[in-house]
Structure formats: C-alpha cells, structure tokens
Design a protein around this ligand. Structure first.
Ligand SMILES: Cc1ncc(COP(=O)(O)O)c(C=O)c1O
Length: 460
C-alpha cells in the first residue's frame, strides 16, 4: 500500500499476530485463523479500505453504528478539544461536568417529551444490564420486589454479556455460558417464517397475545418488564406486522408491565425517525441506546427513562447502588454532542425519512420484488432485509439457508460491498449520510451478489 495513512506491514504479518492474540466475535477461531481475517485500515464516508488496497462500500454501517460514516473531522475535533479541557471525570463524588450536561439537554430535546433521565453506559450490552437492575429497583421502591421477571423474545438480541444474553433469545448463546434466573421468552413476530395461513395482521395479533399468555402464566405480580427491539436487528431485520406493537402496548399497560424498547440499532435516525419506536407508533417506558449515539466514533450507550420511572427513582428511591467508572465519560459525551448536532443540523434524519430511505426501499423492491431467490423485502428508512426463499408460493425456506446467505455475503465482499447474512436473510443498513449514488451502488452490488448466489444454487 502506498497510502500514507496505512501502516506499512504485510497483511500476512497482521494476520499472524491477530491469530496469536485474538478470539474474534461469533466465529470459529480456528477456521478464521486458517483463512486469515481482512485487515481494515481506513474509512472515509461510506467506504472502507483493507490493507491490500481493496475498497468496500460498507452497507452495514460497521455494526449498524456509523450513522455519519467514517472520517468526520468535526467528531475528531470534538474529542480532541474535550481531552484537552477535561479528559476524564466521573459522576460519583457529588460531581458532574458540562459535556454530559450538554449531551443530555440535546438528547432530551430530540426525544419525545415523556423521557427525562439517562444512565449512561459504554455499550448496548451494558445498557441492557443496567435496564434489568433499574427496572427491578423501580418495582422494589414501589413495594413490589417480587416483580422481577423480564420477558424477552426468541431470536431477539440484546448484547453479549451474561444478563444481556439471557434477555436475548439466541439459544445457542444461552448454551455457552448459561442463563440467569427470572427471564422468560415469547416467540418473535416473524410472519414470513411462522405466519402459516394467517394474514400478517392476524399473525401480528397472535404473536403479541403470546405476551399476555406468558404474563398470565407467570403472574402479572411477578413480571417487571417486556424487552424487545422495535424491529429485530441481529435476528434478521425482521419487521413485525402493523398490528403487533399497539397490541403489545395494550397488554403491557393492562398488566402494569414496563415496556422496554431496545433502540441500540433502531435509534438515531435509522428508520427516518429519531427512534424506531416512533416509526411503529408506540410509547416505551425505557429506551436502551448505544451505537448511533456517537456514530461509533467512541463507545457510549445509555438507558433512557420515562419521567414516570425517573420520578420514582429520584423522589422515593434514596441511594441507587449502581455506577460505572465511565458513565457519561466527557470525551464520549462531547463526541455524542457533535454527532447528534450533525444528524440534526445537517438534516440527515429528515433526509432519511423523506428522501434516501424511501429511495432505498423503492429500489430494493423494484430490483428484488420478482427475483427468484427473494421471497420478501422488508425495511424502512435505511435498514432492509432480503428474505431468501425456496418456494415463493408456500414461503418454504431452504434447509441450508444459513449457508446460502453466508455464501452471498462472501460474494458481496468479493464484489466490494459489505452486507450481512442472518439465517436466510441478507441484511443491510448503510450510513445515514448515504446519497442516491451510494444507494444505487449498494443495490447494484447486492443484486450482483444475489444473482451470483442464485446461479450457484441453480435458481437463475
Ligand atoms: C438491539 C441490540 N441491543 C444490544 C446490542 C449490544 O450492543 P453492544 O454490542 O454495544 O454491547 C446490540 C448489538 O448489536 C443490538 O443489536
């Protein structure tokens, strides 16, 4: 490589050192070591470069987090200025600082008016860990300490730490490291896979009513909250039928169960609204946030609380024995402020809603609506999924759909586009700064990858 920004070290050298020291995420490490990982060395806008000079259009915003794309100098400058001013302080010793205050004023000016307080964290997993303790503490203060059980959904994803894994519904993760008590799950609202002969509307209601059945089975007096992603992200960008969320909200209100939205992927403009629950039109009691809060420039997350919950914690709760060294870290807060200002002041969220989001959705439906390998296109704003299918009429999925989608993802890399596979779905979520040209390139390269996959398995 001749790029002066790129360290001059052979890829094989990086790979050997990587294999010597790292256990990677969600991969067979031995297989990865044999193949060698791609070494990503630079990012600019929506593009990434690897150490061999290959350029990729990042159709996944890293891991759904680089809302502003790579290489924004204003975010770098915000971090640098904050490090010069106050590189660290905490929120333990009767202290606070301007950076976190500015962040909260800005954040709550962007969120619906019934949210008032935040507990900041370093990641989405931590936000959900904090959620469990906060929700249980809330009920404890109200004299209902037995209200402890959290209900999540099978195939939901809420992070990789122990309690976040337990809240999630990835059974293969539960099997590695165990579960925690007082967690239950209901089925996911995945009509294409589980809807049978029901219409999406009928299925949405049926899926939601499983929550009611589960609450009644466990006893409403024992259930603290229900957690779900407004649309399932890691589970495959699964959008529930329109009937789902209103019914879930009705059930949570009826049984006094807190409605906890995991906005780690859906938040910060992904669907064209600031939060994904606004796209679906329901009102959660808590929001778990991370990723797009800082566009991934620096780790930061948080648990956002409604006034109802915050009031109980503040007015009646006394000491909440909880705290993280880096909660509200000034440098992360300064980056978040610069990020949120850019998303707001450059009209990026508005643009996703009115222009680029509808454009991506329309292009995908035009290109894949009649594709022999694609049974469904789902999404809103700049998030979408293509559902692979063996038989469109019956919605029969391939027995080896995982392998087929994984192959498509690998071809995508060869074609210079990063899209992800989850079960039999190809998922994408480009940075929110994507313009029409980048969306065209994303759709075009995805089409090439899907076509090549379809040819390989003999359906094209
Ligand atoms: C919905 C959701 N919640 C939580 C998390 C965990 O976030 P983190 O990886 O920052 O811990 C993720 C990560 O992808 C996620 O998609």
């Amino acid at each position: 490589m001749t790029d002066k920004n790129i360290p001059q070290r052979a890829t094989s050298d990086f790979q050997a050192a990587d294999a010597a020291h790292h256990i990677h995420a969600f991969l067979d490490q031995k297989a990865l070591n044999a193949e060698g990982p791609r070494v990503m060395v630079r990012g600019e806008g929506l593009y990434l470069w690897d150490n061999d000079g290959n350029r990729y259009l990042d159709g996944m915003s890293g891991l759904w987090c680089t809302q502003l794309g790579y290489g924004r100098k204003d975010l770098t400058a915000a971090a640098s200025a904050q490090m010069d001013q106050l590189s660290y302080y905490n929120m333990f010793f009767h202290t606070t600082h301007p950076a976190v205050i500015e962040l909260s004023e800005l954040l709550f000016s962007l969120l619906p008016g019934h949210y008032s307080h935040a507990i900041y964290t370093n990641s989405g997993s931590e936000s959900n860990e904090v959620l469990i303790r906060t929700v249980r503490r809330y009920w404890q203060i109200l004299g209902k300490p037995q209200k402890k059980i959290m209900i999540g959904r099978w195939n939901g994803y809420h992070g990789s730490t122990l309690a976040a894994t337990a809240l999630g519904g990835m059974k293969f993760m539960h099997e590695m490291g165990g579960m925690i008590p007082d967690i239950a799950h209901i089925d996911e609202p995945y009509w294409f896979a589980h809807g049978g002969d029901l219409t999406p509307a009928e299925f949405g209601l049926r899926a939601a009513r499983q929550l009611e059945e589960k609450i009644l089975e466990l006893g409403a007096e024992n259930v603290a909250g229900f957690i779900a992603e407004p649309f399932q992200g890691a589970g495959g960008m699964i959008f529930p039928p329109e009937t789902y969320w209103p019914e879930i909200q009705r059930i949570c209100r009826k049984y006094d169960v807190l409605l906890c939205a995991d906005e780690v992927i859906g938040g910060f403009g992904r669907t064209g609204e600031w939060m994904a629950h606004q796209h679906f039109g329901f009102e959660p009691d808590t929001l778990s946030i991370a990723k797009g809060l800082t566009s991934g420039y620096i780790p930061m997350g948080g648990l956002v609380l409604s006034k109802r919950i915050a009031e109980v914690l503040v007015e009646q709760g006394g000491v909440f024995a909880h705290g993280l060294t880096y909660s509200g870290h000034p440098v992360a807060a300064a980056v978040a402020v610069a990020n949120l200002k850019a998303l707001r002041d450059e009209g990026i969220v508005t643009q996703v809603k009115s222009e680029t989001g509808p454009y991506l959705q329309q292009c995908l439906r035009e290109v894949f609506g009649n594709h022999p390998l694609v049974g469904d296109v789902q999404g809103a704003g700049l998030v979408a999924a293509l559902q692979f299918v063996e038989d469109k009429a019956t919605r029969k999925r391939f027995d080896n759909e995982n392998d087929i989608a994984w192959r498509c993802r690998t071809i995508g890399f060869e074609e210079g586009v990063i899209i992800r596979s989850t079960l039999g779905r190809m998922i994408m979520a480009p940075a929110l700064v994507a313009g029409r040209a980048e969306i065209d390139e994303l759709v075009d390269k995805t089409r090439i990858a899907v076509d090549r996959t379809a040819k390989e398995i003999g359906v094209l």
